[in-house]
Each structure stands twice: as C-alpha cells, then as structure tokens.
Write a new protein. Structure first.
Length: 219
C-alpha cells in the first residue's frame, strides 16, 4: 500500500476540505494534526474528507467568559477533573449523542478505533468531570500531538457541567504553559465562551510556534 501524503492546507477548497482518503488510522491522524488537518467523515460519502477550515476556531484560557452565575458554580464545584480514566466511555458517549441539525454521527467505528489507538500511545486524551460521588457528568476527548490539544467532541449530562469542564481543562493546560486549545470550527455556544476565529495561515503559524513534544499536558 502506497504511503498517503497530505497536501498543503492552503490547497483546501472553500469548505475547508484538503483531501480525501480511503482509510483512517493513527499514523494518518498524527501526520494530519501536525499540519493543522483533521478528519470529518460525512454520512453518505464513502471516502473520508480531511479538513483545514479557514477561519479556524481556538479557545484561549485568558479569554474564557464566565458570568457571575457560572463563576459561582465553578467556585462551588466539589467534584474532580480526571484524565484518561474512561477514554472509551467518553468517545462512545460522544458518538451516541443526538445533535441538533445532524443525522447520525461522524464518530464512526473506524474513528473510534483510530483515536483509541492514539490514546494507547499517549497522543490522545479524555478528560472526565466527576461529581462528588465519582459519577461522570461531562467529558471531552481530543488529540495531543506535539503537546497541543485539539478538541474533538464533548458531552455533558448536567446544566453547566460542560462549561465547568472546559474552564478546568483550560486552567490545567495553562498551568502546563499551554494557554489555548484548538476547537476547530466555531459555534454560537463556543463563541459565547470566548472562542475566536483566526485565519488558517495564522493558525498554522500558531501551532508551529506552540509545538513542544516535551510538554506534558497531563503532568
């Protein structure tokens, strides 16, 4: 089988599609994320599209927006944030969520297999927000290639638990000298939390300047 090569992200079409592949595996994911590219399977399309959208959305810890009510809930939170204790549960739960305006899920069995392999190799992580009884009330998973976190999908079971999770996650990363995370494509919800859009060329420059294979995001 010939090696698959990713084109320059600047070659993406107006929808942000860089290329298509007939497979997804952990090696492709590592090489894609290092270039600012990610897969996004689309129902009814047999090949996997790989995206590098312009603009690109990021969420910075200093920009995270909390109103008085949310700040009070964060201060009052008595649960915990854990990492990689339930990666399979998190990704499976994300795959099973019914999202407004979407039919089915882009988190296919092939996606689950590839990202689970990355997790075993220490290049993907899950974060779980737990209540005082250790029950998971929110979760997120993503990729940590070169010490940068690219969020893939998240869920929450209780009001505000997703926001608390993001705040604590950003705070944790900020303590590891990483002040931002890649959230790929903006949404009204992410924008309300402080996510901003930047040009693709600026995002590529940002990941190049932030890459640190020695950064320990779970330290």
């Amino acid at each position: 089988m010939t090696e698959f090569h990713f084109p320059n992200p600047d070659s993406a079409d107006q929808d942000g599609i860089v290329c298509f592949s007939d497979r997804i595996n952990s090696d492709l994911l590592i090489r894609a994320y290092s270039k600012g590219i990610f897969p996004w399977p689309i129902e009814g399309i047999p090949l996997t599209p790989w995206f590098s959208p312009d603009p690109r959305a990021i969420l910075r810890y200093p920009d995270f927006k909390t109103n008085r009510s949310l700040s009070k809930k964060i201060r009052a939170f008595r649960g915990s944030l854990t990492f990689n204790r339930d990666f399979k549960l998190v990704i499976d739960t994300c795959a099973g969520i019914t999202r407004k305006g979407q039919h089915g899920t882009w988190i296919t069995p092939e996606i689950i297999s590839a990202y689970s392999e990355l997790n075993k190799n220490g290049l993907a992580l899950s974060a779980e927000l737990r209540n005082e009884n250790e029950g998971i009330i929110a979760g997120i998973y993503g990729v940590t290639v070169n010490g940068i976190f690219s969020a893939e999908s998240m869920f929450h079971h209780e009001p505000n638990s997703g926001k608390i999770l993001l705040y604590l996650l950003l705070n944790h990363f900020d303590n590891q000298n990483l002040s931002w995370i890649d959230v790929q494509v903006s949404s009204p919800h992410l924008s309300s939390l402080g996510a901003i859009d930047i040009k693709r060329k600026d995002f590529i420059a940002l990941i190049a300047s932030s890459k640190d294979p020695n950064r320990k995001l779970l330290a």
